[in-house]
Design a protein. Sequence first.
Lengths: 325, 133
Amino acid sequence: MFRKICARAIIPVALAVTGFVVLCCILLYSLIKGDLIDHEAKQSAALAGTVLKSARYVMLRDDRETLRNILQNIAAQTGVEHTRIFNKEGRVMFSGKPEELNQTVDTRAEGCSGCHFGPEPVALPELNRMTRRFTNARGMEVLAVTAPIFNEPECSGTACHPPLARQKVLGMLDIGLDQAPLHNALAILRLRMTLFSLMVLVLTVGGVAALLNRQVFIPIRRLSDFTNSVADGNLDEQLAGGCGELEDVAAQFRKMATDLGEAQRRVRQLEAAIAVEQTSVLACEGVVNDVPEPAREDQDAGRAQARGADPRTRPASAGDPKKDS
Amino acid sequence: MLLSILAFRNFDLLPPLSEGVRRILGPSPPVRLIQVALVVYGFSGTVLILARMARGTAPGNAWLQLGYLAAFFGFFHFAGALGENFWAVLTAGVTVVGLQAFQGWSHWSEQAREEQDRLARLEGAKRPPDLVS
């Protein structure tokens, strides 16, 4: 199969195009996935900031019931896995799920250790330290964002919180977002990219193969059949036209085959003429041998006269029928 | 194949790099930069091999391609992103090495056929004239 010109021309093109398109698709998918995950993290951080700003007035008024209600409403939203506020010691003070209240989170756990890795926690964490991904007990992948609630003069002015100099961070707001929509979007993206790659491959490889087949391989196959037929001695075979240079090759070959056929026909005619001549010469020899000597001389004289020459001036070989022929 | 299996297992059969070696090597390049380099490698490698095929010149060194692949696996492993980019490196490697293997097979089989033709002509020339006719 690999010896054929068709395979030799199409396999490298197919391999190169397929490999490069698949490589680009994998890397493109990886880039888009990374961008989407980064975008999701930024969005969740923005959401946490919005919640904090919305609840600021309620917290200043120490309206705990309204704050609890706000968190429960947010937690009831589709795609929100959990919403809670815990204090500096890690105890859950408010939560969208009442069963989480008064539980203590481990500062060494994933997501907390990003800021709690030293003796003092990081007061202003970067975005990648604020977000974490984990699989919860129900097997759902969750993107959680943790935003610090900073102490302010208004907070420490009342009896609720210590002064700003003693405590910079009052607690943390923790919001968990379900990652299933992101995974669904990525699955759809994968499917579309696979379909797109397949279409590009079919069009490229199929198009190249079809054009090569039509313009090159079929004329070459016809040329090959034609030369095989000529090689078998069938000179009457006609060659269908090709294209471009192949058409020129076909025309030259057709002319060569026609010339060869014509030459062979003339050779056959000459051979037939020689055979007839030889037969007549042999017949003449037979007649001559039966004729007496004087009569033969008369015959020779008669022939020479018919040719317009004097038999006595003819060369010595003139009477030899083999030399005449 | 062995290299790909090792990379697929995240080089867990090899001892991990010590902190001292990591400190000497310094920080890994950004993952996106390695990805761009991989695309450039795949594209230029494919174009070079196709150009060699078109010119009919001898194939390049296959060990060099394996070296490039090992380097890409190593860089991604060092950057901690081998899991996400394993299939990309494998695809680039299969494409370039496969093309090079096909070019090698095609080139050397053509050379062998030309040698056989040359030998046949030489043997024909050595024969006595009566046998030739």
